[in-house]
Design a protein around this ligand. Structure first.
Ligand code: FAD
Ligand code: NAP
Length: 342
């Protein structure tokens, strides 16, 4: 059946407040959920024919939306996971963009495919994972990503991107920069290990696993879930988008000046740079637990801004701006916002 033979009928004036984890009140001019590539192509073609802008929505856990989304919101709900053994060492796993990330990670472990365990409990979808090269506890998606398959928004053509072509960096990829808003990711293929090789470089993981003689990937997964549950707000209970700012990179010279003034500053080497823990800067500046009646800073994790009252994104962005100014004044360091602000 050709893609235009079935009438395409998006819903009008749809409430997106339940679909963004920051819980901001948002209405989409048009909305549709797509469960396969044909529906996605139809939706893209319709938006093009109407000259409408697009919002591609996964789990809504890394976006700051305005009160009104003009155009068509396409909610990706493509599903399916396939395993293909490559050789004795590796297995390739292809997951559709709409699969829930955390459930997918557990599924890989159930299939004895290892490597993603440190990325447990990250909200959102598989399709969004390459967008900002999600990372946690010393592992990033780029470490195990083989290819990304995406549809060109203009032509509807399916294109494959190798790991190198994705231009991955710290919380960054070509899909946020050079190719911003040009492709919709429909599936991601990972190359995972058939023999465990765990990574517990982060102190918090070592502490939790100290009593386990030979931790297996499932132990690491469980440890990550336990640590994250103890210090991060569950978006189903307190609206948030995770870390609101990236950890800033500074030069070795700037780090020397900072450490002289603040001997306890938390920083890690990153090539020729130092990566500062933004959470430490915000905490030391006195913002942790701050609340202005509408929005605030989480009491356990200073990098997370929370919106317990369902306020508009303008409130969150005003607070973010206050924090950025304060950190610039106190430390001479610029904080970059991590989620996509629309
Ligand atoms: P969305 O918010 O729906 O979309 C994010 C961006 O990607 C948007 O610009 C959207 O248009 C685009 N997009 C989504 N899907 C596609 C697609 N298929 N094709 C093209 N564009 C697409 N992030 C980390 O890196 N590490 C963490 O440890 C982490 N912890 C978090 C903890 C909490 C409590 C929360 C709320 C967030 C956390 N995040 C973390 C951020 C977030 O979970 C990730 O960025 C996640 O990948 C976003 O997925 P999503 O499906 O919700 O994306
Ligand atoms: P944490 O363990 O308290 O560490 C604080 C910061 O120091 C982290 O941001 C981390 O950087 C860095 N760090 C700690 N140990 C390190 C090491 N051995 N080598 C290099 N850097 C190290 O952090 P947390 O806040 O509880 O978060 C735990 C992990 O989950 C982190 O990796 C964090 O990025 C991730 N997380 C991300 C989000 C998000 O929305 N992006 C939200 C929650 C948690 P990195 O951030 O670069 O790892």
């Amino acid at each position: 059946m050709s893609e235009m033979t079935v009438a395409f009928m998006p819903e009008r004036d749809v409430d997106l407040q339940p679909l963004n984890t920051l819980g901001v009140p948002v209405r989409a001019q048009f909305y549709c959920a797509v469960t396969n590539i044909q529906e996605l192509r139809q939706a893209l073609a319709w938006a093009r024919s109407q000259h409408l802008p697009l919002l591609i929505l996964g789990g809504g856990s890394n976006m700051v939306l305005p009160a009104v989304v003009d155009g068509l919101c396409i909610h990706l709900q493509l599903s399916g996971i396939e395993y293909r053994v490559v050789d004795e060492e590796w297995v390739n796993v292809t997951a559709a963009a709409g699969e829930n990330w955390h459930a997918f990670v557990q599924d890989t472990l159930d299939h004895q495919a290892y490597g993603l365990e440190n990325l447990a409990l990250i909200p959102g979808t598989v399709g969004a994972a390459p967008i900002q090269n999600i990372g946690a506890y010393g592992v990033e998606v780029k470490d195990f990503l083989e290819t990304v398959t995406a549809i060109n928004r203009e032509t509807g053509e399916l294109v494959g991107f190798t790991n190198g072509q994705c231009l991955f960096d710290y919380r960054d990829s070509t899909f946020k920069t050079v190719l911003l808003d040009q492709y919709v990711i429909v599936s991601v293929t990972f190359r995972l290990r058939r023999t465990p090789a765990i990574n517990i470089a982060y102190q918090a993981l070592q502490d939790v696993l100290a009593q386990v003689a030979e931790p297996a990937p499932q132990d690491v997964f469980n440890a990550v879930v336990s640590i994250r549950s103890s210090k991060l707000p569950d978006p189903d209970r307190i609206a948030n988008v995770g870390s609101f700012f990236k950890n800033p990179r500074v030069s070795a010279a700037q780090y020397q000046q900072l450490v002289t003034r603040y001997p306890n500053i938390v920083a890690y080497p990153e090539g020729e740079y130092k990566k500062l823990a933004a959470g430490w800067l915000i905490d030391q500046a006195g913002w942790k637990g701050y609340c202005n009646q509408k929005v605030g800073v989480h009491k356990e994790q200073a990098l997370v801004l929370v919106n317990p009252t369902g306020s508009a994104s303008t409130e969150i962005l005003a607070l973010a701006e206050q924090i950025q100014q304060d950190i610039r004044k106190k430390y001479g360091v610029s904080l970059e916002i991590e989620p996509r602000v629309y």
